[in-house]
Design a protein around this ligand. Structure first.
Ligand code: HEC
Ligand code: HEC
Ligand code: HEC
Ligand code: HEC
Length: 312
């Protein structure tokens, strides 16, 4: 009480200084809030305002259609229970892979708006949306937007690593215990996720340059590059994850991914030494270096027969 009174007296005597202090504090707060702003998702409706063709493709994918269905299945209910949750849509762990949790503004209430959507693959957009579509040289824009959390389609290693965080069950919030509980309750563990097969079927949206209205298929050279980068991302992801859980099925799936990717990358290493480096040391930086090393190469002769014939 006494302290409060003294403060009041002081404040009155030093009113101007007091206000300057508050103002400075406020500005500092705003500034650091801007610097350290945690990116959040805006939801696919926001992207759809400008990217109509991409949104139409997405709405036909399992990512989109799963939203109305998956939580109702018996299997889902059993898996939720196994991790100590009640409802899939209310369980943060499930939401981190199965849903898009979006907000209208930084202070708004988060809402479950869709299944995995645009920002699940391209990065939460609150901080990059106003940068990525500006008229500016592309290289500068890619650098500025990715510093704010955007994953540009051309940053193919990072795109693939991000698919793996969900499809390889390697997200950071997943503990060894959760993995075991989920898999024992029937959650799938997919050892066969491969980027070309999974991205060039129902998921494919390739309308660039922007005036093109046709959803273009990849050339064999593009597909071969994506295949190699996808295998590098599988190797990096599975090598880091293999000791994450002692669950036998989980370990076996990660080991299968490691074996498949190693074989493929070794077959390319004669022509592209950067592929051998990823095998010797499976890090994200080595994966990105491989992607850069093959950016202009046609490897379809080398990996051609490994390319998938059917797409998901
Ligand atoms: C106001 C219009 C607008 C909105 C809203 C918008 N974009 Fe864009 N976006 C653009 C334009 C214009 C470009 C082309 C920029 C270029 O090519 O330099 C672009 C480019 C992109 C690219 C890169 C394409 C490439 O060159 O490879 C991606 C990915 C993308 N947008 C995703 C999104 C996502 C995800 C959202 C929603 C969070 C979104 N955009 C919202 C206008 C918009
Ligand atoms: C790390 C990401 C991740 C987390 C966390 C996760 N899932 Fe999944 N889940 C997936 C992926 C990816 C698939 C699709 C697997 C495939 O088809 O390859 C999937 C598939 C499923 C399926 C479909 C199974 C089928 O046979 O069709 C159910 C049900 C499911 N998950 C429930 C849950 C529940 C409930 C939780 C929370 C306890 C959860 N998942 C947490 C990534 C995740
Ligand atoms: C499953 C992951 C995934 C989802 C979901 C996704 N994208 Fe993409 N997007 C990609 C990949 C991968 C590429 C580039 C690969 C390629 O060339 O096929 C890409 C390319 C793009 C491009 C550049 C190519 C083009 O069509 O102009 C734009 C723009 C884009 N996405 C916007 C969106 C928007 C908007 C949404 C939501 C409506 C969306 N994406 C949903 C993975 C995704
Ligand atoms: C945020 C997590 C997440 C990310 C990132 C993600 N996915 Fe998925 N994906 C899922 C889940 C969950 C399912 C299963 C939905 C269901 O079964 O209802 C799924 C299903 C799919 C399916 C349908 C598979 C089938 O057997 O029908 C394809 C294809 C797919 N994803 C491709 C991709 C590709 C390619 C990428 C990266 C470019 C990607 N996904 C990134 C979570 C994700």
């Amino acid at each position: 009480m006494y302290r409060l009174k003294r403060f009041e007296v002081n404040a009155r005597h030093h009113l101007p200084i007091f206000f300057i202090g508050v103002l400075a504090g406020f500005l500092l707060f705003v500034n650091s809030a801007e610097l350290y702003a945690e990116p959040f998702k805006l939801g696919p409706k926001k992207c759809q305002e400008c990217h109509k063709a991409e949104a139409k493709v997405w709405s036909g994918t399992k990512h989109a259609t799963s939203f109305k269905k998956i939580h109702k299945s018996k299997k889902a209910k059993k898996i939720v229970k196994a991790v100590g949750g009640k409802r899939m849509k209310k369980t943060a762990l499930c939401a981190s892979c199965h849903y898009t949790v979006a907000k209208k503004s930084a202070s708004a209430k988060p809402k479950l708006v869709a299944g995995p959507s645009c920002e699940s693959c391209h990065g939460a957009a609150s901080e990059w949306i106003s940068i990525h579509n500006k008229k500016a040289p592309k290289a500068n824009k890619i650098e500025a937007a990715s510093a704010k959390g955007m994953i540009w389609p051309s940053q193919l290693f990072d795109v693939a690593a991000n698919c793996n965080s969900c499809h390889g069950l390697t997200k950071e919030n997943l503990t060894g215990d959760n993995i075991k509980a989920m898999l024992d309750a029937g959650h799938p563990m997919n050892a066969d996720f491969e980027l070309v097969q999974y991205s060039q079927g129902s998921v494919r949206h390739r309308f660039y340059p922007p005036k093109v209205t046709e959803n273009q298929a990849m050339t064999p050279a593009e597909m071969a590059r994506m295949f190699v980068v996808g295998q590098a991302a599988n190797l990096v992801s599975a090598s880091a994850a293999v000791s994450k859980s002692s669950h036998a099925g989980y370990k076996a799936a990660q080991q299968k991914k490691i074996a498949t990717a190693t074989k493929l990358l070794e077959s390319v290493a004669g022509q592209v030494p950067a592929a051998g480096k990823v095998v010797a040391s499976p890090t994200a930086d080595n994966g990105r270096a491989l992607a850069a090393a093959i950016a202009d190469k046609d490897l379809s002769g080398v990996v051609g027969e490994n390319l998938p014939k059917k797409f998901k």
